[in-house]
Design a protein around this ligand. Structure first.
Ligand SMILES: Nc1ncnc2c1ncn2[C@@H]1O[C@H](COP(=O)(O)OP(=O)(O)OP(=O)(O)O)[C@@H](O)[C@H]1O
Ligand SMILES: [Mg+2]
Length: 262
């Protein structure tokens, strides 16, 4: 669905490359995780996909059509993104206004807006806060509302850029469970950015980034078949992989499989 060819980006013309000849393909309906340490280029990549950053070299196609300055706006309507900092993404005076804002822009009928807003707020467990001011919520609650806003848009591509980093473990698991439900429908392509390898178990495909380059990509089994490269990339192995590496054969195991083997 999305094809990226030789994408290179510099923030300053004579500055270092934030992205260095990245080539990637994302299949429709897949859940793709993009993993890398701080400054590896993850946010830059999605900002280019969202049309926020211009002046890159290389090609991006969506459904076979090349992304250009002329058509980027049409594509943007099909993409929704949640950023890592929830404070910069509110426009509504109340939680429900905020979630409905994107829908209003699409000119949807009022009943559809109400239905989608309620559904999205329930999904993130924030319906009880619908009349609250976003500014008065905790960081994790704000992030849930931002995620609800993206879910309500029912986008073709949903991008979460470290959107769960503010959440406690339970809140993070809630969001991962919501993504798992969306993923089952195979209608929304999920791009999940994280530096936490323990969050990628459910994804179809993972991309490991380091210093603006893709250093490994493939299925989860493939990614964990070479744990050295992950450690060299300053990533922390998930608990079950640390156990597998230290005490078993080092091969990929899910949490449940590890429990069974032990
Ligand atoms: N506005 C900017 N101006 C100049 N350089 C920038 C800017 N934003 C990011 N960079 C640089 O581009 C590189 C990639 O940054 P990017 O934000 O894409 O990394 P990231 O993988 O999202 O990191 P993090 O995990 O910290 O969010 C870094 O070297 C960073 O210093
Ligand atoms: Mg980032």
């Amino acid at each position: 669905m999305i094809k990226i060819d030789n994408l290179t980006y510099r923030y300053q013309a004579d500055g270092p490359t934030a992205l260095d000849e990245i080539s990637l393909s994302f299949n429709k309906g897949d859940w793709v995780s993009v993993i890398g340490h701080n400054g590896s280029g993850k946010s830059t990549l999605v900002k280019i996909l969202m049309g926020i950053l211009e002046g890159y070299t290389g090609n991006i196609t969506v459904d076979g059509e090349a992304l250009t300055q002329d058509n980027i706006q049409d594509f943007r309507e099909r993409f929704a993104i949640v950023f890592q900092n929830p404070d910069n993404q509110f426009v509504g005076a109340t939680v429900e206004d905020d979630v409905a804002f994107g829908l209003e822009n699409q000119g949807l009928p009022r009943e559809v807006m109400i239905e989608r807003t309620e559904k999205a707020l329930s999904a993130v467990n924030m319906l009880a806060y619908r009349r609250h001011a976003p500014a008065r919520l905790s960081g994790g609650q704000k992030q849930r509302v931002a995620i609800a806003g993206a879910l309500a848009m029912e986008p073709d591509v949903l991008i979460l850029d470290e959107a769960t980093s503010m959440l406690d473990p339970e809140g993070r698991n809630d969001i991962l469970a919501i993504l798992d439900e969306i993923h089952k429908t195979r209608t929304t392509t999920l791009i999940y950015i994280t530096h936490d390898l323990s969050e990628i178990e459910k994804s179809d495909y993972a991309v490991i980034m380091k210093d603006g380059r893709v250093i490994n990509e493939g299925s989860i089994e493939h990614i964990f078949s070479d744990t050295d490269i992950l450690i060299e990339s300053r990533l922390v192995l998930p608990y079950q992989m640390q156990i597998s590496r230290a005490f078993l054969d080092g091969r990929y195991v899910t949490h449940d499989e590890l429990v069974a083997r032990l």
